[in-house]
Design a binder for this molecule. Structure first.
Ligand code: SAH
Length: 275
């Protein structure tokens, strides 16, 4: 009797989390890769670190070893967060959705983010990071290679887009390494990649950030049109002769977009209706 209770208890403690597709769960099984990811966060100049989606904690263990001053994890899946609770002592677990988390109430001051991200929401994670760009000074993340390629790509590339421009405006973006599908259970259908973002220290004088975001989004949402045409809902540029207006968004680098933002602001004059 005692033995079977003990056995059942042991089975409960050791039972693995069932992988759920709707939470984008693909558990990494290669400890060397996990360690490499955990060590890729440089964590210079800040002491708060948040791991998104610890799952069964393969990265978490290596992150705890790094002894950050404040380390927390956020996990949406109750089964996974209970598992993490049993596996690690004294670990602060936020049981909920990262996309709804108020990072300012999560930590005082600057922070870093790390994780083997749920691929179904990886783009949304990066848009959230952009919202908190003055708080999040570094991020190391594993995501589907296709999205990683998009984020690091430059002008002229077919996959260059909104996330590439917005993230590269604020962060140094590095493609660290590729990870094959075979090191996950269950294996995802696509290859994965690890990237790192490090906050840059830029803010050109008079740079209207809100307008910059609008200009990048509006132009890429109609990427086949010239800038002049896609900006029509925002501003009438018919009388302006500027080379940037004749181009398509994929031809413009980050600095060009910043220059274009200044031009649009000038054209808008005092009409701030749209921004
Ligand atoms: N880090 C683990 C698990 C990766 S799978 C590993 O490398 O093995 C992605 C994890 O993110 C899962 O644990 C999933 O439950 C969690 N997750 C999915 N959506 C989330 C969200 N919105 N907020 C927080 N965690 C989420």
């Amino acid at each position: 009797m005692f033995l079977s209770v003990l056995k059942a208890y042991f089975a409960f403690v050791m039972s693995e989390v069932r992988a759920k597709k709707h939470f984008g769960q693909h558990f990494l099984t290669d400890r060397n890769i996990a360690k490499k990811i955990a060590l890729s966060l440089e964590a210079r100049g800040y002491s708060n670190v948040l791991e998104i989606g610890p799952g069964m904690g393969i990265l978490t263990g290596f992150l705890i070893d790094r002894n950050f001053e404040n380390f927390k994890v956020v996990e949406i899946d109750r089964e996974a967060s209970d598992y993490i609770d049993r596996k690690f002592n004294n670990l602060e677990i936020i049981k909920g959705d990262f996309l709804r988390l108020d990072l300012n109430s999560c930590f005082d001051g600057k922070m870093g983010i790390i994780g083997n991200f749920p691929y179904n929401i990886s783009s949304q994670i990066f848009f959230r990071v952009l919202e908190y760009r003055d708080k999040v000074c570094e991020l190391t993340g594993m995501l589907q290679k296709e999205v990683a390629d998009r984020i690091v790509s430059g002008p002229g590339s077919k996959v260059y887009g909104i996330l590439s421009v917005l993230l590269q405006a604020y962060y140094k973006v590095e493609y660290l390494f590729t990870v094959p599908a075979s090191v996950f259970t269950p294996p995802p259908k696509v290859k994965s990649a690890v990237i790192r973002l490090t906050r840059k220290d830029i803010k050109p004088v008079g740079f209207n950030e809100k307008l910059f975001f609008s200009v990048v989004k509006i132009t890429f949402n109609q990427r086949r049109k010239t800038i002049k045409n896609s900006l029509k809902p925002l501003v009438d540029a018919s009388g302006i002769d500027n080379e940037l207006l004749k181009k398509r968004p994929e031809e413009l680098g980050v600095d060009d977009f910043i220059e274009l933002t200044g031009l649009v602001e000038f054209m808008l004059g005092n009409n701030k209706m749209f921004i």
